[in-house]
Design a protein around this ligand. Structure first.
Ligand SMILES: C[S@@+](CC[C@H](N)C(=O)[O-])C[C@H]1O[C@@H](n2cnc3c(N)ncnc32)[C@H](O)[C@@H]1O
Length: 306
């Protein structure tokens, strides 16, 4: 057993894993179970999407201790019917999962019972088949290993911070990811950094604000179809981008700002929203969001990122 990883107690009192090689804790503060639900499964509307008729592919980028993946696996296996979920986890080191699976830690990481048996099989054999869920491991270095990914519907993007993992918050990495995304795919990540959001826009995604992650901080959701964003970045975000000293990742092109300004996301902000607000007769919720016939939010109210 490697001693590169250690179980620590977060300030919120949860058990989490510290990777000593990078000096970062996976799911710091609130801990793995709460973060997996709040920042990944819930914003992805995974439970609802698993009720539809089509099989779903989830890319779990940065398997770590398996907390995000096992939260999705549990949602899927709790169903008695519905399409198959395939989870594809990407990881270069299995140390964290091996540590979380130890008997003294397994329950703290949601890896007890059938979930733990599934994760153990994944660790040993690289794949596990359950009644409604296939779970596969693609071992190796990201972002190159994304080349082996099937076309995705949902992505949990959970590497270490841009300081520790700059290559995974780059325009190049998100462009590779965009190439693996199907129509209707959504991407969920904890980072709300301006450079992360601009990289996603430069890679061709539409981008919105996700769940709060702390004082003046929020996660990020990106989507292939802008209709899948509840809170798209707004004009104030674009204005702040122009003033930001950390607006873009290192591999952004020299004309990055004009590319973002010319992105369909930015053009739609300039073009559509004021008139849509004035003239639409669609039903409106108390929060100001309009809802389409299929129940998905239709973005008219936009949020600025803190
Ligand atoms: C924040 S942790 C992931 C936590 C995980 N999602 C969970 O729910 O427990 C980031 C993970 O990304 C992995 N990682 C970082 N850089 C990588 C790379 N270039 N290729 C593959 N895996 C990488 C690390 O080994 C680490 O396990």
């Amino acid at each position: 057993m490697s001693d590169e990883c250690e179980v620590v107690t977060t300030t919120g009192g949860a058990q989490a894993i510290l990777d000593r090689r990078v000096g970062e804790v996976m799911h710091p503060v609130v801990g793995p179970a709460v973060e997996a639900a709040r920042l990944y499964c819930e914003p992805a509307r995974l439970a609802a999407r698993l009720q539809r008729s089509e099989p779903l592919v989830l890319l779990d980028v940065g398997l770590g201790a398996g907390s995000n993946a096992i939260a999705a696996w549990r949602l899927s296996e709790a169903r008695t019917a519905g399409p198959r979920l395939t989870i594809v986890s990407f990881e270069r080191s299995l140390d964290a999962l091996a540590l979380a699976l130890r008997p003294e830690h397994a329950a703290d990481f949601g890896l007890d019972g059938a979930a733990g048996a599934a994760a153990s099989t994944l660790l040993g054999a690289g794949v596990h088949e359950a009644a409604r869920t296939t779970w596969r491991l693609i071992a190796g270095e990201l972002p190159g290993s994304l080349a082996g990914a099937p076309a995705a519907d949902v992505v949990f993007w959970d590497p270490f911070s841009p300081r520790a993992n700059p290559e995974l918050w780059s325009v190049a990495a998100f462009t590779t990811l965009r190439g693996r995304c199907r129509a209707g795919a959504t991407v969920h990540t904890y980072s709300g950094a301006t450079a992360v959001r601009s990289a996603l826009l430069l890679a061709g995604f539409f981008v919105g604000v996700g769940e709060p992650t702390g004082a003046h901080k929020a996660a990020t959701c990106a989507a292939v179809d802008p209709a899948d964003l509840e809170h798209p970045l707004d004009r104030r975000w674009l204005a702040r981008l122009a003033r930001s000293t950390a607006a873009f990742p290192a591999d952004a092109p020299a004309d990055a700002y004009s590319r973002v300004a010319g992105h369909p996301h930015s053009r739609s902000l300039r073009r559509a929203q004021p008139s849509a607000r004035r003239h639409s007769h669609a039903p409106q919720s108390p929060s100001g969001e309009l809802h389409r016939d299929d129940g998905r939010p239709r973005r008219l109210k936009v949020e600025s990122d803190p």
